[in-house]
Design a protein around this ligand. Sequence first.
Ligand code: GDP
Ligand code: IMO
Ligand code: MG
Length: 424
Amino acid sequence: MKADVLLGLQWGDEGKGKIVDVIAPKYDIVARFQGGPNAGHTLEFNGMKHVLHLIPSGIFHERIINIIGNGVVIDPMVFKKEILDLEKLNAHPRKNLFISKRAHLILPTHRLLDAASEAAKGKEKIGSTLRGIGPAYMDKTGRNGLRIGDIFSPDFKKKYNFLVEKHKQLLALYDFKYDLKEHESSWFEGIETIKEFQCIETEKYLNDALNENKSVLAEGAQGSLLDIDFGSYPFVTSSNTVCAGACTGLGIAPNRIGKVLGIFKAYCTRVGSGPFPTELNDATGEELRKTGNEFGATTGRPRRCGWLDLPALRYAVSISGVTDLIMMKADVLSGQDTIRVCTHYNYNGQKIDFLPYDLSSYPLTPIYKEFKGWKSDLRNTVSALPQQLEDYISFIQNEIKVPITLISVGPDRKQTLNRSGVLV
Ligand code: GDP
Ligand code: IMO
Ligand code: MG
């Protein structure tokens, strides 16, 4: 069996959590492959709304094994809180959640370093979620990090203190006040919680499962335009969010990847700093934010909103080899008289149809094609979609050359349609 991969094609928050939860019943295993508690994946069903940060979005399906892969960075404090919250909601994470021994830990000092670095950058800040992601991945690639496997070692405390000393020296370079003691005790309580879980060689577990014909869905976090290599650097996150990240973040070989499900919103959003060619700094942008409830699931920050950007979408699709597209939040566009889609950019005086390397140093203006909007409230759609939406979908499919197989028309599990307009 091959593993399918589900990932975001924009700047995150496309609705990955919702779709993983919806399609999870088709799989035996759901495995998160990168990122950490910077992610906020929202699930809604049976009148309940729940946001996951570290735990894979298949967790509410008791039969399905959920895996936190080696590519993820784990903050034990966030982990413990998520587990307690899930247990209150009748999920059974102690039964169906496994953690990779190779996943790296986010220390309280990583969070402090994130905050100190952002404060020092002032106006140039990345707009990080301040969850310690960048500093934790820096220690991973710098070969200083602590891993889940280390927590079982008798010298874990010694290793921890050694790294914290290093961090204190770095923190001294910033004009930044902090109180480390405040967080350390709950961090170590979180470590004790993690020890109660099955911490295993998840790469072996996953490859054995594939050999036994079990089905695996790899769940991405963030989005392709936040990828450390291919995103709008330096305004990116610190991991590979593209499909290749599923191989390195889970230990699944490229030739074992099956479908690549790419998720995008029918428009665009971005939270944090950095270029956003189709951003709407006007009443329409405000309206999309309000109708789409575009506020960060992790930080609560308002998301920047804009029209769909096809050159950027095409770029994300090509880098990950997306085989199926899933279009989210079509309902948010209901009521717009005109819907615009960016087909090209005017870049430094030239018309181009691709995402250039540098989005900031030269004048870049989007060139739009206009579509007629529709009036009907899609959230209750159980039959045919309005013709105007069909036209919009056909245009995107033709431009990107990948079929749109699912359309989401509301936050609830049940508000998901296949291309025949039938509920999934
Ligand atoms: P993720 O990080 O990709 O999992 O996405 P988030 O959970 O951060 O953000 C998506 C938001 O949109 C959440 O509040 C979802 O409940 C909501 N959502 C998902 N799909 C739809 C949809 O089709 N329509 C509407 N209106 N909201 C949706
Ligand atoms: P999900 O999985 C949207 C953004 C931050 C910031 C940049 C770097 O919910 O889609 P970091 O904390 O990683 O150092 O922040 O990346 N960012 C996200 N934006 N959705 C996310 O995750 C994000 N995770 C990080 O806002 O601009
Ligand atoms: Mg999110």
